[in-house]
Design a protein around this ligand. Structure first.
Ligand code: TXA
Ligand code: MG
Length: 320
């Protein structure tokens, strides 16, 4: 973790108290943060990101008192997951208090809540004096930022960015919801389904855990996390030339300048570097990015990595 840069945290907190938005480091990706209880600030987040209002925001907290300001009630399963994984890369979708604006939740009766584990984020939330709504600090549909420079590249001088170094996890949080006796993973992340199952079992909770994108939060769009040039996913060890005609047709361009995305074979490192590598590929002068996917289904953290890559992809070709 970088050294705490207190004068800048103070400055960012002051901007937040004035109803402005700032770039906030977290352990997952950088967020575009504003006071969750200030509607003007929340509107600024949507307009800066060019994000449609139907995609709800996650609210970041620094304490259980903050959670009480947001959630009407907390299921026992959610409490067990909070104890096991907070502060950390896990967002809990909880029944919302009526005082939480419909703007934040896109009119849903639930609110996504997360306690990040980056020390600067926790200090910022405390100093701002209010939970902070923060989506990833990228333009809607684009690659998430994993360092302060990425955020500046996205919003220029319009947004003050609190520099907290490179993000430790590199992928957005796992998002889970609770209905009856079911825990649903809406978005996979570094807290994996196995980790969630093990925690519930340890607490003698019998909920079933399923993985399913939310149909109530249409934020889970098919195309998301997209770099500035198209991404093509092919099965591993495919000779690319054999797909040339198909790729040109699907991308509707004849320019043939592929660049291969190379990721570490270590999942933790691959997740951490994923978005920076995608950005580098997009800036390399290539006309499209090629990613080779193993034929065996992903497990553990690779589930989240491939979830993001598949959403970043324009097409997948060459599959049997
Ligand atoms: O790691 C993260 O979660 C980062 C950092 C900044 O905390 N934030 C982030 O926010 O990725 P965003 O807005 O890019 O993604 C939030 C996701 C969206 O897919 C949204 O649809 C879902 O969370 N979400 C938020 N509130 C929800 C709700 N009430 N019900 C279901 N899904 C919800
Ligand atoms: Mg996002």
């Amino acid at each position: 973790m970088p050294l705490q840069n207190t004068p800048n945290i103070e400055k960012a907190a002051q901007l937040l108290r004035q109803g402005l938005v700032v770039g906030m480091p977290t352990e997952t990706v950088y967020g575009l943060a504003g006071d969750a209880f200030n509607e003007e600030a929340v509107k600024k987040i949507f307009s800066l990101k060019k994000r449609p209002f139907f995609d709800p925001l996650i609210v970041h907290v620094a304490s259980l008192d903050d959670v009480a300001k947001l959630a009407e009630s907390i299921p026992t399963t959610a409490t067990a997951l909070m104890k096991a994984f907070w502060p950390g890369p896990l967002t809990l979708v909880l029944p919302k208090k009526s005082s939480v604006s419909d703007l934040v939740t896109s009119g849903l009766n639930t609110v996504g809540v997360r306690m990040p584990r980056h020390p600067m984020a926790l200090e910022l939330i405390q100093k701002a004096g209010s939970p902070l709504a923060a989506p990833s600090a990228n333009l809607f549909g684009r690659t998430s930022p994993t360092c302060a420079e990425h955020v500046r590249g996205e919003f220029g001088d319009e947004v003050f960015v609190l520099d907290g170094g490179n993000c430790e996890v590199g992928l957005e949080s796992t998002v889970v919801g609770f209905e009856g006796n079911t825990v649903t993973i809406y978005r996979p992340g570094a807290i994996t389904s196995d980790m969630i199952r093990a925690t519930l079992a340890k607490n003698q909770l019998t909920s079933q855990v399923i993985e399913k994108e939310s149909d109530v939060a249409p934020g889970h769009l098919k195309h998301h996390y997209m770099p500035k040039i198209p991404v093509v996913i092919v099965p591993e060890n495919t000779p690319l030339e054999s797909l040339k005609k198909d790729i040109c047709e699907k991308l509707q361009r004849n320019e043939w300048k592929p660049v291969r995305l190379q990721l570490s074979s270590d999942a933790t490192l691959a997740a951490r570097e994923l978005y920076a590598r995608l950005r580098e590929c997009a800036e390399s002068g290539a006309s499209f990015i090629v990613i080779e996917k193993p034929l065996t289904p992903p497990s553990d953290l690779w589930v989240a990595i491939w979830n993001r890559l598949e959403k970043a992809a324009t097409v997948q070709l060459g599959w049997p």
